[in-house]
Design a protein around this ligand. Structure first.
Ligand SMILES: *Cc1c(COP(=O)(O)O)cnc(C)c1O
Length: 427
């Protein structure tokens, strides 16, 4: 039998030009896939000051320092799911019925109404975003999507890897990072397939009011542009602010809401996310719902063990777990703001939620540094404090700090930043 196959194969003619050393090209999808944060970070020489321990304020992973832990209820739910042994096989690509129902109930608390049929489980919120962009935007038609600047770079990564263009709409720092609606409107053309809205925002830490959301939706409605709402920071808002899911406004704009467990439940590595379809007018009924189901079948969805635990995770996590998270983030935000405010040449922006704070660098006051990247590099070299430069989010002249680290380290990092600024500031 094997002989036969080999003999038959011999008959295959291989063209001469194919001989020689193997060299396999990658696809254009692979070539067009870029990690913008890595590209920028790799160009910064990171050599911390050996006399000071490194404090990294770069990655948005709340578990890094061990001070923020998943709730016991969350951990126990997964242990129980594993012990039951009922979640080891394939689930439907869109997720188990009861897990989808649990997500529908969880999201319905934000004021919109969902049934299990509106929910598709995904491998992390990144995967939800990928499905939404892929289902709505068609590279063969030269379509584009609108994304925030500053904003999370994954939107561009996902769009450009499949050949969809991105257009950046500006956020206004002085107005708590609200969208410049006139600018947004000016970008819309016949090829605009979707508007990505990130609220609460990474990197800005902003939380939009109902009024502002309604005005954004008005633009989307007037031009018939569906919304992809990245709400991965749902309910991570500080007292005095209110999280409003864009779906709860029942605007008649067809909307795909993306979310997941990563941030609020402090388990980013578990890779659980979802798409929630909110579509009062039935605009997605003819194709998009089905399209999402088909796309989910490419990789057969989300980790089944965590799906098995999902109903308990979403229902049993106690309020004081969420309150503690908010307390930690808010008190770190206050510490950061109060300390950084005393520095020369930088302007901290108070966040209203999330895990981040943006800081503006008045570069003209630091003429020895050509740009924000150099500023960041020197900050690492001299003070061993590492922040992500605004370039990672398409906003040079800023840096982003994470607020998830233990309080003593947060204070220490901010004090070092102040020393650094005051040392280099040109009076
Ligand atoms: C962290 C983050 C995500 C990705 O979430 P995963 O579930 O880890 O894939 C998506 N959007 C924003 C704005 C984020 O900060």
């Amino acid at each position: 039998m094997l002989d036969q196959i080999l003999r038959n194969n011999k008959k295959l003619k291989v063209s001469k030009s194919k001989r020689g050393p193997w060299k396999i090209e990658s696809s254009s999808t692979a070539k067009n896939t870029r990690n913008f944060i890595r590209e920028i970070i790799e160009n910064i020489k990171v050599e911390p000051n050996p006399d000071k321990p490194l404090i990294s304020l770069t990655i948005g992973d709340p578990t890094v320092y061990g001070n923020l832990k998943a709730s016991n209820e969350t951990i126990e739910a997964v242990i129980r799911a594993a012990e039951q042994g009922a979640h080891n096989g394939y689930a439907p690509a869109v997720g188990y019925h009861n897990a989808r129902e649990a997500v529908a109930d969880y999201l319905s608390q934000d004021g919109a109404e969902y049934s299990f049929q509106d929910i598709i489980l995904c491998s992390g919120c990144s995967s939800s975003l990928e499905m939404c962009i892929t289902v709505l935007a068609d590279p063969l038609k030269g379509q584009n999507i609108l994304v925030p600047r500053p904003g999370f770079p994954i939107y561009r990564t996902l769009a450009e890897s499949i050949g969809v263009k991105v257009k950046y709409y500006n956020l206004i720092p002085e107005k708590d990072w609200e969208i410049d609606l006139e600018h947004l409107e000016s970008l819309i053309d016949d090829n605009t397939a979707a508007l990505i809205l990130n609220n609460p925002s990474n990197p800005c830490g902003s939380v939009y009011s109902e009024y502002h959301l309604r005005r954004i939706l008005e633009v989307a409605y007037n031009y018939q542009i569906p919304v992809i709402a990245d709400e991965i920071y749902d309910r991570i808002v500080f007292p005095g602010n209110k999280f409003v899911s864009v779906a709860s406004l029942n605007s008649r704009v067809p909307t795909l809401v993306c979310g997941g467990l990563a941030k609020r439940f402090l388990v980013p590595g578990w890779r659980v996310g979802w798409v929630a379809i909110h579509d009062q007018m039935g605009a997605f009924d003819c194709e998009v719902r089905q399209g999402l189901v088909k796309l989910s079948q490419r990789t057969i969805g989300c980790n089944t063990l965590i799906q098995g635990a999902l109903p308990c995770i979403l229902k049993n996590s106690p309020q004081n777990f969420f309150d503690n998270l908010i307390d930690t983030l808010m008190s770190n935000a206050k510490i950061c703001f109060d300390i950084l405010e005393t520095a020369q040449g930088i302007i901290p922006y108070k966040p209203q939620g999330t895990m981040y704070m943006m800081v503006e660098i008045e570069l003209e006051k630091f003429p020895e540094f050509d740009d924000g990247l150099k500023f960041g590099q020197k900050l690492v070299e001299e003070e061993s404090v590492f922040c992500l430069p605004g370039e990672c989010f398409e906003i040079p002249g800023f840096m982003r700090l994470v607020l998830t680290i233990p309080q003593e380290l947060m204070e220490e990092a901010c004090e070092r930043i102040v020393d650094f600024c005051n040392r280099h500031y040109l009076f």
